[in-house]
Design a protein around this ligand. Structure first.
Ligand code: PLP
Length: 368
């Protein structure tokens, strides 16, 4: 099995998107609708290890109908953003964390573990070819990177695949909140859970998101943009949302405490969550990772002890929650508007990501 890293091959797209069309796309990219001219692929086989790393033209994958991923769902992914810096260079936010989480997800799904150096090299290779797709500095636009891996062995036996395909694609994305940061309503599900301890909640595998679509539709039917889940065993403790970790702000001023559910075996360890814990401490807040029950959330907000609640994740960075709805009613968070801690944390983190504030924690990773 090869252990020395091989150089990336590069096959340029003979028909890249025209400069004028790319400018049109970058002017209004939406989310996940358009893709850059290239992608990275790396194959793995049990006999040969990681092989043939390369940048190739973006295009369809061809899969035999009996490819294992199509039947047993051995698939994992990551999501991270690349930001244009004021000096024109481009950088991403803590991609080493995504590399490590990707390896952790692979381990849980009994898949081959991509070495972190290869994960990071794949980001550098794609962004150096497609750097013109990174939106300009000064706004909230970015280039979203989607690394993923699937089981490609052909066969219907239920066992770990002996072959995998790692791929990396990139999509320019617009501001999450156009026209200013807006609070969202959240559905607290008491019917469905996201993950159980011992299950796949700490992994970023496609199956977790497939299972979230029905509760997500239920939430949408109640006018909610996101679903918050309770733990699977006791249906008591708040885990997280479908694609965000959760933060609760207690009190205000010098008495502010920021609480987030501790990482049990069913919560995804968000990269944004980790950074916000550091920044909240620097803001002078008391920061606590502990269990918080659904009733503490509802009663605390109704009685004014909980003053702000927000979600954290790569897509929205910090997403204020205006109202939580549940089978028994609804409660407004604070005055329903994004509170001061929510705003300050969002401002601090987005400024660091956009190179507008010194990166004292060395979180930014230059890519091109
Ligand atoms: C289930 C879940 N929780 C939390 C997060 C936030 O993680 P991060 O901050 O790394 O984007 C995500 C998004 O990746 C997610 O899908």
């Amino acid at each position: 099995m090869s252990t020395t890293p091989q150089p990336f091959g590069r096959t340029l797209n003979p028909e890249p998107v025209s400069v004028s069309r790319r400018a049109e796309i970058l002017a209004d990219p939406g989310f996940g609708l358009y893709f850059t001219d290239h992608m990275v692929t790396i194959r793995w086989t049990a006999d040969g290890g990681w092989q043939e790393p390369g940048v190739v033209p973006y295009g369809p994958l061809s899969l035999d109908p009996a490819t294992m991923v199509l039947h047993y769902g051995q698939e994992i992914f990551e999501g991270l953003k690349v930001y244009r810096q004021p000096d024109g260079s481009v950088a991403s936010f803590r991609p080493d964390r995504n590399a490590a989480r990707f390896r952790g997800s692979a381990a849980r799904l009994a898949m081959a573990e991509l070495p972190d150096e290869l994960f990071l090299a794949s980001l550098r290779e794609l962004v150096s070819v497609d750097h013109e797709w990174v939106p300009p500095a000064g706004g909230e636009e970015s280039l979203y990177l989607r690394p993923f891996m699937l089981a490609t062995e052909v066969g219907l036996g239920v066992r770990p695949s002996a072959e995998y395909l790692y791929a990396l694609i990139a999509s320019p994305v617009g501001p999450y909140f156009s026209g200013g940061i807006k609070p969202v309503d959240v559905w607290l599900s008491t019917e469905y859970t996201r993950a159980a301890a011992g299950g796949t909640g700490t992994a970023k595998c496609g199956g977790n998101y497939a299972a979230s679509l029905l509760p997500q539709a239920q939430g949408a039917a109640h006018g909610c943009a996101q679903v918050a889940y309770l733990d699977a065993e006791e249906r008591t403790w708040v885990d997280e949302m479908g694609s965000n970790n959760l933060f609760f702000v207690f009190g205000s001023g010098s008495q502010t405490e920021v609480v987030t559910p501790e990482l049990t075996g069913s919560i995804l360890a968000g990269v944004t969550r980790d950074a916000l814990l550091v920044l909240a401490k620097e803001l002078g807040c008391q920061v606590t990772e502990r269990r918080i029950s659904g009733s503490e959330w509802l009663e605390g907000a109704a009685e004014g002890r909980i003053t702000e609640v927000f979600g954290s994740g790569t897509a929205a960075v910090v997403s204020p929650i205006g109202r939580v709805k549940h089978a028994g009613g609804e409660v407004v968070m604070g005055d329903g508007q994004p509170g001061p801690v929510t705003r300050q944390l969002r401002g601090l983190l987005t400024d660091i990501q956009r190179g507008l504030r010194p990166d004292t924690h060395h979180w930014m990773y230059p890519l091109a």
